[in-house]
Design a protein around this ligand. Structure first.
Ligand code: AMP
Length: 195
């Protein structure tokens, strides 16, 4: 199995790149943001619980997010590998993910971070907001709040995965295809070395 985390700030291109990587490496894509949005659209209990957090640019509480993620992994544990997109976002989530994977004799192999500066991210997200209709992409205030949430709660994961020797970052600015090529190069090297 080959399990990776695609990591980065809001708007860094995680979802776009994960969409490509899932096909190329035959991975099952789990995007917690997409799962929440689907539940909100379908007005499930989970969606009702999560909506205000998403709309305000806050993280959904760990306990809710982890349960949703655990269900998704457990239901699909026969796949060739997972690509986790938007999860983990807190140290607690990262520990829970490791524990869950260990339970199934699995582990995270690599965490790929897309490095993009805040100025570029704000511009990208405001642009995306024009077509996505996402409430959290509509104002610079909300975008800044999400960036602050990242700094406070998600950034410590860089150290978490670096300590495990799993953290790799690439430049996330440029043409989409060029960014994809940087990730593919990194993953192929890893897979070749692994043999
Ligand atoms: P994303 O689509 O990854 O940008 O996520 C959109 C929103 O979904 C975030 O701003 C959070 O409100 C929520 N969300 C997604 N993933 C997580 C997570 N791992 N933990 C907590 N909240 C999350």
């Amino acid at each position: 199995m080959f399990n990776i985390v695609i990591f980065g700030k809001p708007g860094s291109g995680k979802g776009t790149q994960a969409d490509f990587l899932k096909d190329k490496y035959d991975l099952y894509h789990i995007s917690t943001g997409d799962l929440f949005r689907k539940n909100i659209l379908n007005k499930t209990n989970l969606g009702i619980e999560a909506k205000s957090f998403l709309d305000n640019g806050d993280l959904v509480p760990d306990i809710v997010t982890i349960k949703m993620l655990e269900n998704e992994v457990t239901e699909n544990k026969g796949v060739k590998g997972f690509i986790f997109d938007g999860f983990p976002r807190t140290s607690y989530q990262a520990e829970k993910l490791d524990a869950l994977l260990t339970k199934y004799s699995l582990n995270i192999h690599l965490t790929i971070a897309l490095d993009v500066d805040n100025e570029t991210l704000i511009e990208r997200l405001l642009n995306r907001g024009k077509s996505s209709g996402r409430a959290d992409d509509q104002s610079e205030d909300k975008i800044n709040k999400r960036l602050r949430e990242y700094d406070k709660k998600t950034k410590p994961l860089i150290e978490f995965y670096t300590k495990q020797n799993k953290y790799k970052s690439i430049n996330g600015i440029g043409e989409m295809d060029d960014i994809t090529a940087r990730i593919v190069n990194l993953l192929d090297n890893y897979l070749n070395d692994r043999g």
